[in-house]
Design a protein around this ligand. Structure first.
Ligand code: ZN
Ligand code: ZN
Length: 254
């Protein structure tokens, strides 16, 4: 027999009374009713306090020593794991977020209230609240970007004196617009390279490509050399393999 209880499909039955229920090792497999009868456990607590840490650079959420993409399903999983340290461990619940909050922008808040729905029987649903404190930090990758030691693309650009001011103007404008549109922390580092040259490092390769596209509209781009280099970057004491794109370019007036 399979019975539908709210939106959960039960295929497990309580060993004591035979009622369909969800297996929960914390309740030693018992259904909520039997568990409450034997242990006298009821959910009296109305609100729960928990805290998570979010990266202010990219929005990732920390759980243990790992950082997870700020998706709804990761958020729910992390919250359910945190709930195992509270009375909630005896229950199955669904997370109902405040509708106006996006998981990727949790870093904007100091505290949010999360509503949870706990189906007890087919017509009894408990609602509880979690007061969730949002701690802020930088994840290892964003820390690396901030220190300027992480980049994915390097452009070595040379230009002639007659197009210098126009090139600098386009570059400035590109950097300003990119900074405004950025959804997460990225770094563009510009260094002079001789009288008519610059070296630009980008923490995100898409930005480098987009600059090349803008330059291509105004100048002729002569790509003298282009290659990809394998590098190892140390992030949080772990070595990670990354690819750095390098371009050597000469800009000519059209
Ligand atoms: Zn039972
Ligand atoms: Zn980050």
């Amino acid at each position: 027999m399979v019975s539908l209880l709210t939106d959960t499909l039960y295929t497990y039955f309580c060993p004591r009374c035979g009622k369909p229920t969800q297996f929960n090792s914390e309740r030693r497999g018992l259904c909520l009713d039997c568990f409450a009868e034997l242990k006298g456990a009821t959910l009296k607590q109305k609100n729960f306090k928990m805290e998570i840490t979010v990266c202010v650079g990219c929005g990732k959420i920390r759980y243990g020593n790992s950082w997870f993409e700020p998706t709804r399903s990761n958020f729910d999983k992390i919250l359910k794991n945190l709930a195992k340290r509270t009375q909630l461990r005896f229950y199955e619940f669904k997370v109902e977020m405040p509708t106006d909050i996006e998981i990727s922008s949790l870093g904007q808040y100091d505290k949010i209230y999360v509503l949870i729905r706990i189906p007890i029987t087919s017509h009894n649903v408990l609602r509880r609240g979690i007061e969730l404190r949002i701690n802020k930090a930088f994840c290892p990758l964003c820390s690396k970007k901030r220190s300027g030691k992480y980049y994915e693309s390097v452009l070595h650009i040379r230009f002639s004196r007659d197009i210098e001011s126009e090139f600098m103007l386009i570059l400035d404008e590109f950097i300003n617009t990119s900074m405004i549109q950025m959804e997460k922390l990225e770094v563009i580092d510009v260094k002079k390279d001789g009288a008519y040259g610059v070296v630009i490092r980008f923490s995100d390769r898409k930005m480098a490509r987009s600059l090349l596209t803008s330059l291509n509209k105004k100048f002729s781009l002569v790509i003298l050399k282009r290659y990809r280099e394998q590098v190892t970057v140390e992030i949080n004491n772990k070595l990670q393999r990354r690819v750095v794109e390098k371009y050597f370019i000469r800009l000519l007036p059209t």
